[in-house]
Design a protein around this ligand. Sequence first.
Ligand code: SPQ
Length: 429
Amino acid sequence: MKSLHYTGSLQGTLSIPGDKSISHRSILFGAMANGVTTVEGFLQSDDCLSTIDCVRKFGVEVTVDDDQVTVNSQGIEEWNEPDSILYTGNSGTTTRLLAGVLASSEIATVMIGDESIQKRPMKRVTAPLKLMGASIIGRQDGNFTPLAIQGQTLQAIDYLMPVASAQVKSAILLAALRAQGTTHVTEQEQSRNHTEKMLQHFGVKVEQTANRISLEGGQKLTPAHIVVPGDISSAAFWLVASAITNGSHVILNNVGLNPTRDGIVEVLKEMGADLQIMAASSSSHEELGTLEIRSSTLKSTEISGDMIPRLIDEIPIIALLATQATGVTIIRDAEELKVKETNRIDAVVTELKKLGASIESTDDGMVITGPTPLNGGTITTYGDHRIGMMGAIASLISSEAIVLDNPECIAVSYPTFFDHLTELTTGSL
Ligand code: SPQ
């Protein structure tokens, strides 16, 4: 339990911690390569540490010194068969990406995760992998963990993605690395492309024409040095906090601005936020920059279609933003929220309603009417970090204290979240 209540504005400058998606991939790809991979700006969160724990079981040496990580591997061909079960914790990314890698490996493994992972659908990954010839067994015809995988030689496939999911796309591409033939993946809506970009950084040839990605099997990864930009999904909490808290002025350094992830920037601008991109650059094939934001008057918006995958993890905090905007905000085409750490449509609507928001769920999203003042109350996080952080940010504008039932869950993606909250609520530029 944690009780939060603030008055006053947010002021200060933060350096945003490493991107979770990119941190996972840096460890996994480093473990697949033969040699030493070094990572700078690694996010030492519970989810990313789950990925490290798993690859260590293959005999890969990983040393972590704050945000600097060294991965020393003899390559996937030399991975040891673990004598115990791989535990992927709360991390969908670890579970699904590893499924793709292990399906094409030479070892037998069993993977389980926590209570939330046990409920998240895996058939979206196991079905295409089985089309490639993978041997995978899981509950309900391969839809739920535990997954038992016997690695073997796979065949390339030509796959049309039924959902916009970077985890599914990545699992197929990672399996395709060691498959016979050229694998093609076609996306109907583009999901985040960190896997494609990082594979290129590790020397793999990945071709992209329009919405079709092609990868020829038999390619090996060359060890690399990776600089991980800050996580825009973490920065999003401070962007919204500053936009809705009167008198705020915040500068965020080191924010990843990959165009497949930056939907929150577009939506904030569309809603009237006073937001500037101050400096932009790129590193390890990824764009990054500094964002400056001040509080402002906000108006409602509509979010749907191709925009959804570009901000899927930001929808809980966007819903809070919409409670402070004038008019009716409509979020559509976001059914994927139902299969995240919890059902994020139900969780967001139930918890914001408790605080007095005018918000209703729909089959594929939500409708929010604003602006409404927010009361205090107890937020159930459902063990979901993004619901926990949404509740904490609501306490900046609520009339009474907000109590989080399980603040510890935030550590899966943002272990220093509460330190940063304190810095900004007591800080100056
Ligand atoms: O790893 P996990 O648990 O799936 O984490 C989440 C999150 O909120 O941090 C989703 F719950 O992010 C996913 C994201 O939603 C991370 C991710 C990735 O790194 O590839 C891709 C997205 O999921 P998906 O299913 O669309 O591929």
